[in-house]
Design a binder for this molecule. Structure first.
Ligand code: CP
Length: 300
C-alpha cells in the first residue's frame, strides 16, 4: 500500500473529508480505543513556532496510547550544523512511524514526503497549506450548520495565510460561496482564485466587511502573517486595517459563527469572546479529535 501522506487538503476528496470528520465526531463522543496507537511513535518536527498544532498532535497521539518525539527547535538539531531537510527526514523516518512537520518554506512537507519511508503530515509549509487546520475548521463549521452552500467571508492576510488557502480549496467541494476582504497586496493568490473559479466556485472580493456582514454564515478571520513580510514598515502599513468588534457583529445573521485559526493579535476585539458568535476557542479544542482521526488514518 502507498504511504498515506497528508500534504495538502487536495489529498482528500469530499467523501474522504466527510469520513474523517465523522470519525472525529465519534472520537469526540469518546467512542475510540485509547490503545489504538499503542507502541507507535510520532516524530514532531516543527521549524516554526506553534502552540495549537504541535500540542494538539502530541495530545492526540497520547490519547491513542502512542508517544511523540521532538527535536525541540531547528537550533537544537543537526540542521543547525548544515544537515539538509532531506537527510534529516531519511534519518527521522527510521526512528518514528509517522512525521508531522512545520517548516517556513512552501513545499517543504512535500519534499519531506519524497524522502520519508513513513507517512508525513504537513502542519504548515510557509504560505502554502495547513490541511489539519482546514479539517478542524470544517469540523467546527459542521457543528453549527451544514457546510453545503454556505456563504463564507475570509478576512485578513489571504496572501500569506496558509489556513485561508487550504480552507478556500476545501469549501469549493461544498459549493460554498467565498467573500474575500484583505488589505491591498494581501489578496488571495490569483492562481488559487482562478483554479477555484474554474471548479465553479463563486468568489467575490469586497473592500469592507461591513458590506457583507449581514449576508454571511461564517466569518473566518486571519492574522497578518508578520513573519512573512520583507520588513517591519510594510507590516505596520497594514497591521491595523481591520478589526472585528461587537458593534460590527450587531448587523450579522443570528447564526453567524466567527472562526480564527489563532493566534490572534488585534484583529478580534476581546469583547467578541463572550458573543454567541465566537467559536474560535472551541475550534482550537477541536484540533484534538480531528488530529486523532488523522493519525489513525495514516497509522492504521
Ligand atoms: N492555528 C495554528 O496553526 O496555530 P499554531 O501556530 O499555534 O500551531
Amino acid at each position: 500500500m502507498a504511504t498515506r501522506h497528508i500534504i495538502s487538503i487536495g489529498d482528500f476528496d469530499r467523501d474522504g473529508i466527510d469520513q474523517l470528520l465523522d470519525h472525529a465526531e465519534q472520537i469526540d463522543n469518546r467512542k475510540y480505543d485509547a490503545g489504538a496507537l499503542g507502541g507507535r511513535i510520532l516524530a514532531v518536527l516543527f521549524f516554526e513556532p506553534s502552540t495549537r498544532t504541535r500540542m494538539s498532535f502530541e495530545s492526540a497521539m497520547a490519547r491513542l496510547g502512542g508517544t511523540s518525539l521532538s527535536v525541540g527547535s531547528v537550533d537544537a538539531c543537526s540542521m543547525a550544523k548544515g544537515e539538509t531537510l532531506a537527510d534529516t527526514i531519511r534519518v527521522v523516518s527510521g526512528y518514528a512511524d509517522a512525521i508531522v512537520i512545520r517548516h517556513p518554506k512552501e513545499g517543504a512537507a512535500r519534499l519531506a514526503a519524497e524522502f520519508s519511508t513513513v507517512p508525513v503530515i504537513n502542519a504548515g509549509d510557509g504560505a502554502g497549506q495547513h490541511p489539519s487546520q482546514t479539517l478542524l475548521d470544517l469540523y467546527t463549521i459542521r457543528q453549527s450548520m451544514p457546510i453545503d452552500g454556505i456563504d463564507v467571508a475570509l478576512i485578513g492576510d489571504l496572501r500569506y495565510g496558509r489556513t485561508a488557502h487550504s480552507l478556500a480549496s476545501a469549501l469549493s467541494l461544498y459549493n460554498a460561496r467565498l467573500h474575500t476582504i484583505s488589505p491591498k497586496g494581501l489578496e488571495l493568490p490569483s492562481n488559487l482564485v482562478m483554479d477555484l473559479r474554474e471548479k465553479g466556485m463563486e468568489i467575490t472580493e469586497h473592500d469592507d466587511i461591513r458590506e457583507i456582514i449581514g449576508l454571511v454564515d461564517v466569518l473566518y478571520v486571519t492574522r497578518i502573517q508578520r513573519e512573512r513580510f520583507p520588513d517591519s514598515a510594510s507590516y505596520f502599513n497594514v497591521a491595523t486595517s481591520y478589526r472585528i468588534t461587537p458593534e460590527l457583529l450587531a448587523d450579522a445573521k443570528k447564526h453567524l459563527i466567527v472562526l480564527h485559526p489563532l493566534p490572534r493579535v488585534d484583529e478580534i476585539d476581546p469583547r467578541v469572546d463572550d458573543s454567541p458568535h465566537a467559536r474560535y476557542f472551541e475550534q482550537s479544542k477541536n484540533g484534538v479529535p480531528v488530529r486523532m482521526a488523522m493519525l489513525m488514518r495514516v497509522l492504521q
